[in-house]
Design a protein around this ligand. Structure first.
Ligand SMILES: [Mn+2]
Length: 366
């Protein structure tokens, strides 16, 4: 008869979770911020509702747990989409241009909804102590004292809502509205790119949100340029098998290019949409995939490799290519390279595009 093998005597069980891991994320975040007398929140260029709400939530978290500490929210670039402008005006969200904010040794920089050196900021001068993000495009995190990068989440606002819950911070209606819209605007479309944590946050925020305020943010008035860009993109939309490409021309606000890409991806004959336009001397690109697993961020990064920057999520990506002067002459060659590389990447035969729409009949005003 043989005895069962005995485990070697290994002494006391090791603690499976050291203290650092077991503690709440928000506790660790607040410990990092504690020694700093001042906090500056930063995000990516042309901040979207998710960045804006995340910055606002971070301010509420710090004001409640480290009272008296000034928290400055910043804007890099511009507030572009009408929905985002409405959000900033109506919540309201006080923002200072990031280039005008002094960052000294006593300032902690909290970066939300992006990471350092991903090409999504005008300047990398402000080195963050804290980075909170959900993008798959990894940045340089060296030197950061607290990082919370969860790429399976639909929104950074979900993470910030989690911190507020952990610290039992009172969330007033305007903040709940901002966070809800931050998550909602990131997780619309089909298939959804979100997790049960995003849905949990939405459910928690909804009864606390101001629904009239939310409706005003969702349905802002639109400028004439909005319709002009749609006209331009419809008149210059081309099909390449399962890809539609929409040319927006020169645009007055850069986020419209993403709106055009979202508009075209709903076309029932395509799996991919690319929208492009010129803003601030750059060719701006937005790529959308209609199926999960498209890895749009990686695709667009490969397409603009050596020309510019790109990044994003599985179904959605954005990028920018600086245009050499003379600009008008450089657009065509840049677009041809992008088309060639994208078709190759998507396994579509090289071809000239065919127009989505023929000339539109024009009638005299009734
Ligand atoms: Mn986001």
């Amino acid at each position: 008869m043989t005895a069962d093998p005995q485990p070697p005597d290994s002494g006391p069980e090791p603690d499976p979770e050291p203290d650092l891991v077991r503690r709440n994320r928000s506790d660790r975040l607040l410990d990092v911020l504690a020694p700093f007398p001042r906090v500056v929140a930063v995000s990516h260029i042309n901040p979207d509702p998710d960045s804006l709400a995340s910055m606002l939530g971070i301010r509420a978290l710090i004001e409640s747990t480290q009272p008296g500490k000034p928290v400055i929210l910043t804007v890099d670039g511009m507030i572009a989409r009408s929905e985002n402008r409405a959000m900033v005006d109506l919540i309201p969200i006080p923002l200072q241009p990031v280039e005008s904010v002094n960052i000294d040794a006593g300032t902690a920089v909290v970066m939300v909804d992006t990471q350092p050196h991903t090409g999504r900021r005008y300047s990398e001068a402000a080195k963050p102590q804290v980075v909170i993000d959900h993008h798959e495009t990894g940045g340089v995190l060296e030197g950061a004292l607290f990082t919370d990068i969860r790429t399976h989440l639909g929104a950074t606002s979900t993470m910030v809502t989690g911190y507020l819950l952990e610290q039992r911070v009172m969330v007033p209606p305007a903040l709940a509205t901002a966070l809800l819209y931050g998550i909602e605007s990131e997780t619309t479309g089909y298939p959804r790119e979100s997790s049960s944590l995003d849905d949990g946050a939405l459910i928690w925020l909804f009864p606390r949100a101001d629904k009239d305020l939310l409706a005003r943010i969702r349905n802002p008035k639109l400028p004439q340029s909005h319709f002009a860009t749609f006209q331009n993109a419809l008149a210059n939309a081309f099909l390449y098998d399962k890809l539609i490409f929409g040319w927006c021309g020169e645009v007055v606000q850069p986020d419209i290019i993403a709106e055009i890409a979202d508009f075209f991806i709903r076309f029932d004959q395509v799996d991919w949409s690319l929208a492009a336009g010129v803003f601030d001397g750059q060719l701006k690109l937005s790529l959308r995939a209609s199926r999960l697993g498209g890895q749009a961020g990686d695709v667009l990064q490969a397409v603009v490799n050596g020309m510019g920057n790109a990044g994003g999520h599985d179904k959605r990506a954005g990028g920018a290519v600086p245009l050499p002067v003379p600009r008008d002459a450089s657009i065509g060659p840049a677009l041809r390279i992008i088309r060639h590389r994208l078709l190759e990447k998507l396994g579509i035969d090289e071809q000239h595009g065919r127009r989505l729409l023929c000339d539109c009949p024009v009638i005299p005003a009734p």
